[in-house]
Each structure stands twice: as structure tokens, then as C-alpha cells.
Design a protein around this ligand. Structure first.
Ligand SMILES: Nc1nc2c(ncn2[C@@H]2O[C@H](COP(=O)(O)OP(=O)(O)OP(=O)(O)O)[C@@H](O)[C@H]2O)c(=O)[nH]1
Ligand SMILES: [Mg+2]
Length: 431
């Protein structure tokens, strides 16, 4: 059944796939390796968005051309390559101003987008929940809004200056007003959704179950890890930004320690600021975690730079000081030497593979070690505290139970999240 469906959906997609030419313009002193990695990442982004990359072009300049980013000669070369490859769009790795984008579109006569627009497009394709959709739309509108300010599209098309201001300005104002109105509506919707999410989280916090949050670069294996630890059945894909909606699952760790774990949206180098802003309510989960599991694709090029990109976002979220376990994932793809290097470089990290299951027991032990252990307590509970007793049955372990003089007398293993509530019922001597 599912085979059939994928067959049906895949064929037309191949024919319709947009053909893209990638362009990267470098200035300043960007190391070559970094530029190469960035371009290969742009390729993954383009493919995740559903495009086929037919050509790519890199230019190093002392400084970017103000009008077209690319120099004149390179622009001509790009024109030639676009017509030879029959491309439908050009994707720039660097951010374009709205006038650069327009100048390029006029010169090339096809659609031109930048990396930010591409990432926003992927998010739009992957948003499923009401909240996710609203967040993406908000990010897109904010992106559009930044492009309307200053020399707006209509104004500069007319050359600007005297005689152009009337209708151009009006249209611009109308657009801006329309966007702002929609943003206000979205804001209201999101506030309501955030409130619902907070209520749910509060319920969780009331029991003080320790919370782990998976964070990391996109495609590192966060969802795979969640599935392996909890049987969650979250979508895992070899593409970027598969997960947008956070998922929270219960988890049992060695020593009967209970916890919950949350999977959320991945990060990337130059993650559009509008997205971080719009996804703040989703990412709040990260800030409130007790422990972060920072998942790193150990087989990726330049993991240090990716790790830094993740930490930059964590800093922006105010989550940088949360205790963190580094999970170096995908080690099934590494040889002994590479693993050795990682052990030295990240002595605190855990090497894992969600494919072979290597390192998972160690990871669970490390996670359990972050949670205080259960304590054995002798308790004297009034008979009317039946609810507390049943909670103890569910969350802890009742070792002995009797009742006399209107009290339950029991010996129990009390999990840390209940210890505080039960302290009032302690019998004099602890076991
Ligand atoms: N070889 C190997 N591949 C893995 C491992 N863990 C995950 N993968 C693959 O890596 C890809 C991404 O995995 P996900 O779990 O979707 O990654 P993610 O971090 O949730 O990604 P996003 O939600 O897109 O940010 C998938 O193709 C997985 O099958 C691993 O340990 N070894
Ligand atoms: Mg995921």
C-alpha cells in the first residue's frame, strides 16, 4: 500500500522538480573548506526543498558587487549557464537585498532566491501542526517585511526620486499594513497555542519529572535517538529540518528513574533570525530542560563549526548554561582512528549509533546519572491519602504495607520527584 503510494507520488515529482543553479559569492577571508561545506549544505537544502541541482558557480571577490553581488563577468557566465542547463531558478548561498534579487531576476529572467528564502520554504513544506504553520508564516512575513523597508520593490523599479513617490509609496504602505495586520492575527493565535503548551508543560513539571531535550544540528539523528530511546515513531528522514513540531515522550532509565525527553527543530549555520524568533515558543521547551542532549553527526565535515552554530542558537535562547551531554552519533560510519580522535576531543561525550545501537546503554547510564536516585523511606500515611499511595505504587515501589490506627504504614522506594511531598509523612526512623 505505502509502496504504491510512493510510486504514484514520486513520478510526477521528478518531472516537476525545479532545476536549480547554486551560486556562492565569497569575500573577506572565508577559508576554502568552509565555503565548500557551505555550498554542499546549500545543495542538501535545495534537494530537501525538492529541487534538482543542475550546476553551481563560485566567485571570490574582494567585496560584493552592490547591485548584483556577482561581478559583471561572472553574471554573464551565470546567464550562459542558466540558459544551457535550462534552469528554473538560481539559489544564492548569501543573503540578497531585495534590490539585488530584483536586478538578478531582471538580468537572468528566472526566479532568484537566497539561502534564507530556501530555508523558509523547507520549513513551510514541513510544517504540519497549526502552531508550526503559524510560526512559519510569521517568519515568512517578517522576511518579506524586511524586504519592503528602505527602497521597496515598487519604488526603485521606477528609479526612485521625484515623481515616483506617489503610487509607489502608497502600494508599499498598503503591503506593509496588510502584512502587519496578518502578523497581529498570527501573534494572537500563537499566544493561545503557547498557553496550551505551557499548561501541558506545567502538568509535567508539577510531578517534577526530569526533562531531557534533544538539540543539535539538523539531520544529526535527534529523532532517531528519540525513537530508539522511547519507541516514539517520530519521522526520520535523510533531509534537513524533518522535525518542526516538538514531541515529548516518557522514558525509563536504569535504576527505575523516570524522565521525559523532547525532540525539537534542528539548527543550521546562518539559521534565519526570523525563524528563531517565530519558533521561540517551541524552543522554550529547550530552555526549560534539566539536561540537554546535544546530538552531533560525528561523520559530518567540520563538526566543530556545526557545534558552534548550535551553541550560538542556544545562547540566543538563554539555554547555554544547562548541563549538557554531548552525543556523538553516527559512529558506525567512522573507523577506529576517527573514533579515537573523538574520544580525545570530547572526553565527556558519548559515542553512539542509532543504527547499530552502540553506545546507547552508556548514554542511558549517563542520563540516569543526571537524575537523583530513589530513596527508601518508611512512611505513615493517613488512610484518606489513598491517592498519594496509588501514586507511590505507580511511580515508586512499595516494599511493605500494613494499616493500623487509621494509618497506612509502609516501606517504599520513593522517586526523587515525590520525595518532597512525602517528607511530611515520614516515620521517625528511615530505613
Ligand atoms: N549511519 C547512521 N545514520 C544515522 C544514525 N542516526 C540517524 N541516522 C540517519 O540520519 C538521518 C537523519 O536522522 P534524523 O533522526 O531524522 O535526524 P534529526 O536530527 O531528527 O533531523 P531533523 O529533524 O531534520 O533536524 C536519517 O537518514 C537517519 O537514518 C546513525 O547512528 N548512523
Ligand atoms: Mg528530527
Amino acid at each position: 500500500m505505502s509502496e504504491e503510494r510512493s510510486d504514484l507520488t514520486e513520478r510526477p515529482r521528478e518531472e516537476e522538480a525545479e532545476k536549480a543553479v547554486l551560486v556562492s559569492v565569497l569575500w573577506g577571508d572565508v577559508p576554502e573548506a568552509e565555503a565548500e561545506e557551505s555550498l554542499s549544505e546549500l545543495r542538501s537544502l535545495a534537494e530537501t526543498a525538492g529541487a534538482v541541482v543542475v550546476d553551481s558557480l563560485v566567485q571570490s571577490r574582494r567585496k560584493p558587487d552592490a547591485a548584483t553581488l556577482l561581478g559583471k563577468g561572472k553574471l554573464q557566465e551565470l546567464q550562459r549557464r542558466v540558459s544551457e542547463s535550462g534552469a528554473d531558478l538560481v539559489i544564492f548561498d548569501q543573503e540578497l537585498t531585495s534590490s539585488q534579487q530584483r536586478n538578478l531576476e531582471n538580468a537572468l529572467d528566472i526566479k532568484v532566491v537566497d539561502r534564507t528564502a530556501l530555508i523558509l520554504d523547507i520549513f513551510a513544506q514541513h510544517a504540519h501542526s497549526k502552531e508550526g504553520k503559524a510560526q512559519v508564516e510569521m517568519a515568512q512575513l517578517r522576511y518579506q517585511l524586511t524586504r519592503l523597508t528602505g527602497k521597496g520593490a515598487q519604488l526603485s523599479r521606477l528609479g526612485g526620486g521625484i515623481g515616483t513617490r506617489g503610487p509607489g509609496e502608497t502600494k508599499l504602505e498598503v503591503d506593509r499594513r496588510r502584512i502587519n495586520m496578518r502578523l497581529r492575527t498570527l501573534n494572537r493565535e500563537l499566544r493561545e497555542l503557547t498557553r496550551v503548551r505551557r499548561v501541558k508543560r506545567k502538568r509535567r513539571l508539577r510531578l517534577e519529572v526530569p526533562t531531557f531535550s534533544l538539540v543539535g544540528y539538523t539531520n544529526a539523528g535527534k529523532s532517531s535517538l528519540l525513537n530508539l530511546l522511547t519507541d516514539a515513531g517520530v519521522l526520520v528522514e535523510d533531509g534537513l529540518f524533518s522535525t518542526l513540531d516538538p514531541t515529548t515522550r516518557r522514558l525509563m532509565l536504569p535504576g527505575n528513574r523516570r524522565a521525559v525527553i523532547t525532540d525539537t527543530v534542528g539548527f543550521i549555520n546562518h539559521l534565519p533570525h526570523q525563524l528563531v524568533e517565530a519558533f521561540k515558543s517551541t524552543l522554550e521547551e529547550v530552555r526549560e530542560a534539566d539536561v540537554l542532549l546535544h546530538v552531533i553527526d560525528a561523520s559530518a565535515p567540520n563538526i566543530e563549526r556545526r557545534t558552534r552554530a548550535v551553541e550560538e542558537v542556544l545562547e540566543e535562547l538563554g539555554a547555554l548554561d544547562i548541563p549538557t551531554i554531548y552525543v556523538l552519533n553516527k559512529i558506525d560510519l567512522l573507523d577506529g582512528e576517527a573514533r579515537e580522535y573523538l574520544r580525545k576531543r570530547y572526553p565527556e561525550g558519548v559515542l553512539t549509533s542509532t543504527v547499530t545501537g552502540e553506545g546507547i546503554p552508556e548514554l542511558k547510564e549517563r542520563m540516569a546519572a543526571c537524575i537523583p536516585a530513589s530513596r527508601t523511606m518508611r512512611l505513615k500515611l493517613p488512610l484518606e491519602e489513598g491517592r498519594l499511595l496509588s501514586l507511590l505504587y505507580r511511580r515508586g515501589k512499595v516494599l511493605e504495607l500494613g494499616s493500623r490506627d487509621g494509618f497506612y504504614h509502609l516501606l517504599a522506594e520513593v522517586p526523587p520527584e515525590l520525595a518532597e511531598r512525602l517528607r511530611a509523612f515520614k516515620e521517625e526512623k528511615d530505613a
